[in-house]
Design a binder for this molecule. Structure first.
Ligand SMILES: Cc1cc2nc3c(=O)[nH]c(=O)nc-3n(C[C@H](O)[C@H](O)[C@H](O)COP(=O)(O)O)c2cc1C
Length: 168
């Protein structure tokens, strides 16, 4: 089976996941979204992106316009907790961009938030949607250090399971 891993990453979190998947899936090709090839020859395409305003980031959204009738796995990092409604809705919004593709599965974990963004959010009033409440500050702290070894292991297990399922 011909597998392609395409990823988009601004600060390196999603790149870490993509590189771990590449090591785990020995036959897969790895490519940054900026250099991503024609998707046509691939049986399975794993799309890695970061969540930007509750959907895949702009570069990945652009690449997704080229995908039609493909089998796809989605993996992503985000600041919010992976079991949150926000994470589920962000994945759903992303999947809805490729309605004629078959989504074989998804994986999502936290990724450290860009310090510049945290600095800016700290300047906002607390009652602003992104303002520095105690709950949000805890979330930003918790995101730091992710993806960690446990996340990378879980992502690899997810991808191996996906490939195995598609191969039988
Ligand atoms: C402009 C911007 C918008 C973001 N929007 C969201 C968001 O809507 N939800 C969320 O949980 N995290 C959001 N984040 C956090 C990133 O998704 C997260 O830190 C991710 O791991 C970054 O991945 P990267 O290092 O691969 O670029 C945003 C970050 C930036 C810089």
């Amino acid at each position: 089976m011909k597998t392609l891993i395409v990823y988009s990453s601004k600060t390196g979190n999603t790149r870490k996941l993509a590189q771990a998947l590449h090591l785990a899936l020995s036959d897969a090709e790895l490519c940054r979204v900026e250099m991503a090839p024609n998707p046509e020859p691939y049986d399975l395409i794993l799309l890695g992106f970061w969540i930007e305003n509750a959907v895949a980031d702009e570069k990945m959204k652009h690449y997704m316009e080229r995908l039609h009738g493909k089998k796809v796995g989605l993996f992503a990092t985000l600041g919010a907790y992976p079991d949150s409604k926000h994470a589920a809705e962000s994945l759903r919004a992303t999947a809805s961009l490729i309605p004629d593709c078959d989504i074989a599965g998804h994986f999502i974990c936290q990724g450290a938030i860009d310090p510049e963004l945290i600095e800016w959010m700290n300047t906002l009033p607390k009652d602003h949607g992104y303002g520095p409440t105690e709950t949000r500050k805890k979330l930003w702290d918790d995101a730091g250090g992710h993806p960690n070894d446990e996340d990378l292991k879980a992502a690899c297990e997810w991808a191996e399971g996906l490939v195995e399922k598609e191969t039988v």
